[in-house]
Design a protein around this ligand. Structure first.
Ligand SMILES: [Zn+2]
Length: 251
C-alpha cells in the first residue's frame, strides 16, 4: 500500500525485532499482487497472496485469469486473496463482485491454494458462494482459507469453520465496545484463530487512528490472552501453528 512506500523495509525489520516471524502480504489487484511478490523475494519472512479485491472488481478483464495463474506459479505465493464481497463501499456492481469472486475461487481450487476472504456487510452472500464452491473437493485434511477481519458473530463463525475456514482476528478486538469481537476471541477454539493486522488499516488500541503496523499483531495477541485469561505464549503458539497449517509455508 502507498502508506508504506517510504519505509517498508524499516516496518518489516521492526516487526522481526518484535518477534514476528512470518507476514502474508495480500494483493488487491494484479499490480499490487506483483508488488507483494517483489517484497516476498526481498524478505525471507514475507509471503504473498495474489488476487483482485472486490473494491477493484471493475479491473477484472479477460486477461486477469492468466495473469493471476502466472503470479501463482511463484514459490512464495501461499494464497489467493484478498478476494470477496464488499457491500459497504460498493465500488463495483454486486453481480460483478460475485463473478470475480467465483472466478478466483475456481483458480484457487485449480491451484490447490487457500483463499483470503474479505467480507464487508456481505457475509450471507459470501457464505452462500463458498458453500457452492466447497462441494467439488471437500477433504477434512485441507483448510479452505481464512475469513479475514471476520465480521460475523459466533454462529456464522461456526458455519465458516465447518467450511474449512480459519477466523482472522485483528485490531478491532482491542476496541472497548466491540462485544461481538470479544465474544469470538473468548469462545472460538484456539485452533481456528489466526492473527492479522490488516495494516495500514484497523489499528489496535492504543494506536487507533494512526497507521497500523505488522508488529502490532502482538497487541492483538495480548488482548486475546487477556480476554481468555491465559498465557500470551499459548495464543502465539496456537495461532502460529494455525497459520503454518493454512499457508503450508516452510516453518
Ligand atoms: Zn480486507
Amino acid at each position: 500500500m502507498e502508506q508504506f512506500t517510504n519505509d517498508v523495509n524499516d516496518v518489516i525489520l521492526k516487526a522481526l525485532e518484535q518477534g514476528i516471524t512470518k507476514i502474508v502480504v495480500p494483493g488487491v489487484d494484479i499490480e499490487s499482487s506483483q508488488k507483494a511478490i517483489d517484497l516476498a523475494e526481498k524478505f525471507p519472512c514475507v509471503y504473498a497472496a495474489v488476487g483482485v479485491h472486490p473494491n477493484e472488481g471493475l479491473k477484472w478483464t479477460d486477461d486477469t485469469r492468466k495473469q493471476l495463474q502466472a503470479l501463482i506459479a511463484h514459490p512464495k505465493v501461499v494464497a489467493v486473496g484478498e478476494i470477496g464481497l464488499d457491500y459497504y463501499w460498493d465500488d463495483c456492481p454486486r453481480e460483478t463482485q460475485k463473478n470475480v469472486l467465483e472466478s478466483q475461487l475456481r483458480i484457487a481450487e485449480e491451484s490447490r491454494l487457500p483463499v483470503i476472504i474479505h467480507s464487508r456487510n456481505a457475509l450471507a452472500d459470501v457464505i452462500e458462494i463458498i458453500q457452492q464452491w466447497k462441494r467439488p473437493w471437500e477433504t477434512p485434511q485441507r483448510l479452505s482459507g481464512v475469513m479475514h477481519a471476520f465480521e460475523g458473530d459466533l454462529v456464522s463463525a461456526k458455519t465458516a469453520i465447518e467450511l474449512g475456514f480459519l477466523i482472522g482476528i485483528g485490531g478491532p478486538v482491542t476496541y472497548k465496545n466491540a462485544t461481538a469481537k470479544h465474544e469470538l476471541a473468548e469462545k472460538l477454539d484456539l485452533n481456528v484463530i489466526v492473527l492479522e493486522t490488516d495494516a495500514p488499516y484497523l489499528t489496535p488500541i492504543p494506536f487507533r487512528g494512526k497507521r497500523n503496523l505488522p508488529e502490532y499483531v502482538n497487541l492483538i495477541a495480548e488482548k486475546i490472552a487477556q480476554i481468555r485469561n491465559i498465557q500470551l505464549k499459548l495464543i502465539s503458539q496456537a495461532t502460529t501453528n494455525n497459520a503454518n497449517k493454512l499457508f503450508a509455508w516452510e516453518s
